[in-house]
Design a protein around this ligand. Structure first.
Ligand code: ADP
Length: 194
């Protein structure tokens, strides 16, 4: 089983690329944002905690997110050939928790596919998505700014975490969806051959 992470700021296109990757490689796509939005829709206890935080552009507590991911990725029933994790980990605590849980099952993170984008492009993409998906956290400019600021402060440091493990694989995320996907597939193909 291979484990890939898709990494990048809000609006970089992680969800879009993950959907394409999951389809081409028969990977399971795990988006923590999506899972949390499902909890909100179900009005579960987790959903109640998450709703307000997400709307303000703040993180949901680590232990909640880690618990959700754990249930999803350690599922021996899956027919998938691998996993693409989208939106997780988002800070060092989550990255260490992921390494620990994968190690427990005899696996590891195989590669980090990083969409390197500029903030102006991210903001444009989020504003475009706001009209299509109607997410509350995409509708308010202050919330978008909070999310991008938090990315630079607490998520971006993970770049060195994964560079130190020689797993960091950057692509120029400002390109078109198709161009990004071509670059990403080259990295996945190479990783699968190793
Ligand atoms: P984006 O990448 O555009 O921010 P996501 O769907 O990945 O969109 O995440 C939406 C929101 O869900 C985040 O702003 C955050 O509030 C919450 N969230 C998602 N993943 C995590 C995580 N790993 N840790 C904490 N909060 C998370």
């Amino acid at each position: 089983m291979k484990y890939f992470l898709i990494f990048g700021p809000p609006g970089a296109g992680k969800g879009t690329q993950s959907t394409l990757i999951a389809k081409r490689y028969n990977f399971r796509h795990i988006s923590t944002g999506e899972l949390l939005r499902n909890e909100i829709a179900r009005k579960s206890e987790i959903g109640k905690i998450a709703a307000e935080l997400i709307e303000k552009g703040e993180f949901v507590p680590d232990q909640l997110v880690i618990g959700i991911v754990r249930e999803e990725i350690c599922n021996p029933e899956t027919q998938a050939k691998g996993y693409i994790l989208d939106g997780f980990p988002r800070n060092t605590v989550q990255a260490i928790a992921l390494d620990t849980m994968l190690e427990e099952f005899g696996y590891k993170v195989d590669a980090v596919l990083s969409l390197e984008t500029t903030d102006s492009v991210n903001i444009k993409r989020i504003q475009h998505r706001a009209n299509i998906e109607g997410r509350k956290d995409d509708a308010d400019f202050e919330t978008i700014r909070t999310r991008i600021k938090t990315y630079h402060k607490v998520t971006e440091p993970l770049i060195s975490y994964y560079k130190n493990q020689s797993k960091y694989m950057p692509v120029n995320g400002d390109q078109s969806i198709e161009e990004n996907f071509v670059d990403i597939c080259k990295i996945i193909d190479k990783t699968l051959d190793e």
